[in-house]
Design a protein around this ligand. Sequence first.
Ligand code: TYC
Length: 101
Amino acid sequence: MTEITTRPGTGTRPKTERPRLHKVILINDDYTPRGFVVAVLKAEFRMTEDQAHRVMITAHRRGACVVAVYTKEVAETKATRASEAGRANGYPLLFTTEPED
Ligand code: TYC
């Protein structure tokens, strides 16, 4: 059922729901070189050297780090492309996605 929001003087309009966003998460591993992780973050997620280094080191220390949030489709495409960049170079680099609460 479509929800209707009423505003004084403006009649009614359908309530617009924003799409749920999905997190892209970088998972730590023992093999992928730090510099390679930083390069992938810069290329696929348009981060600066500084931002990419911070995300990489957080995943390295804590096991995982949220990279960014996007709509479901964009998050899944970016996570797949970034993971494939690792695999193409023989590394187990892994990006996953999960819905934001
Ligand atoms: N732990 C890796 C190393 O010491 C670097 C690394 C950091 C790998 C973050 C993956 O998501 C990662 N070479």
